[in-house]
Design a protein around this ligand. Structure first.
Ligand SMILES: [Zn+2]
Length: 100
């Protein structure tokens, strides 16, 4: 198992980038909690939970990358977070990685 990232892992050129990442992470977690609670298709297993989290995060951080140097300034709206998490949940519950 990989070690958890330490705050120093997020320092680039004396700037702490962990705040940006943590913010998106926490918003994904919060959206997942709300949406998965009432999702009847969600099997609740660790693999699916991790898949939804990782895929959502990838999609949202990819959005950051696409806007180039505006990365750290652009706000990801709650609508964007909700839309991405919702779409990702649908994808994972309908086709889980463990193939059930
Ligand atoms: Zn599962």
């Amino acid at each position: 198992m990989k070690r958890r990232p330490a705050p120093i892992d997020y320092i680039v050129s004396n700037h702490d980038l962990s705040r940006v990442r943590n913010e998106v992470e926490l918003r994904v977690v919060s959206a997942m909690r709300k949406m998965l609670k009432d999702n009847k298709k969600f099997d609740g297993c660790q693999l699916c939970t991790e898949d939804i989290y990782a895929l959502s995060l990838n999609r949202l951080t990819a959005k950051y990358v696409q806007v180039g140097t505006i990365i750290l300034k652009k706000e990801t709206t709650d609508e964007e977070v909700n839309e991405v998490v919702k779409m990702t949940i649908e994808q994972v519950v309908n086709k889980p990685n463990h193939g059930d």
